[in-house]
Design a protein around this ligand. Structure first.
Ligand SMILES: [Zn+2]
Ligand SMILES: [Zn+2]
Length: 255
């Protein structure tokens, strides 16, 4: 295969590893406790997050919980309603970093995730994790394909992360009028289900983001397989039931 094409393909696959680790581990498990995975699966996710994104879980969790607690208000770290969707899309990284580096936000929203010894030694060093990925790609595919794969992955992953915060709060359809999140099918396909953001804001503790069997919530399908193998414990999965139980607007609901 041509090195450029191979680079794009490998980059896309790396992004998908990052996307699945983000939605399953950082989002559905750590942030909302919607599912609990077997510790071995968690270690795999922890490693995958480190090498594909360099994200520190406690920072991601704190920023995202703040987003749920203050959705589309001045306090929201990345609200398209307040900042405009283009700014959230393009500035997502800096908006995230600003909130993630605020110790007060971490102390308030991620008390349950203290820094572990392995974090201090390895996982808190993003450059080390990303460097490990790049080195692995160079040894596997050569410098040209590795460079293209790494760059493509970086642009795609950051673009998709920004899209969930911008497009899925601006365009798309709403099943529930109680929240400002929207459902965007093409985005859900590329983000392992994150595009069903309206459902998610209506029922944050649901491990499932889809409401119908044909809605491509790939993250949920992985959870179902892991649950069948006794490697995942699902807390809730009925979006409608949870959404209807919530009397107050969904964005004010308990995370
Ligand atoms: Zn949201
Ligand atoms: Zn969430």
């Amino acid at each position: 295969m041509h090195p450029i094409l191979l680079g794009i393909l490998v980059g896309f696959l790396v992004t998908q590893v990052a996307v699945f680790s983000t939605t399953l581990y950082l989002h559905r498990e750590l942030t909302h406790k919607a599912v609990t995975f077997n510790p071995i699966i968690n270690e795999f996710f922890r490693f995958a997050v480190w090498v594909t994104s360099g994200i520190r879980p406690r920072q991601w969790v704190a920023v995202h919980r703040k987003h749920h607690a203050h959705t589309d208000t001045e306090e929201d770290p990345h609200s398209p309603l307040v900042l405009g969707w283009k700014k959230v899309q393009l500035m997502n990284v800096s908006l995230y970093r600003k909130a993630a580096n605020d110790e007060k936000i971490l102390a308030k929203y991620a008390r349950d995730l203290p820094q572990r010894t392995t974090d201090r030694l390895f996982y808190d060093h993003a450059i080390l994790g990303l460097g490990l990925l790049f080195t692995g790609l160079v040894f596997s595919f050569g410098i040209v394909t590795a460079g293209i794969a790494f760059a493509f992955h970086a642009v795609l992953y950051l673009g998709l992360s920004g899209s969930v915060n911008s497009i899925a709060h601006h365009f798309g359809k709403k099943s529930y009028r109680t929240n400002s999140g929207t459902n965007v099918t093409w985005l859900a396909l590329l983000t392992a289900g994150e595009g069903f953001h309206n459902h998610h804001h209506a029922a944050p503790t649901s491990a499932r983001f889809s409401r119908r069997w044909f809605q491509a919530d790939l993250g949920w399908w992985v959870i179902k397989v892991l649950s069948f193998l006794k490697l995942a414990d699902i807390r809730h999965s009925d979006v409608d039931k949870l959404a209807n139980r919530t009397q107050k607007p969904a964005h004010l609901a308990k995370i």
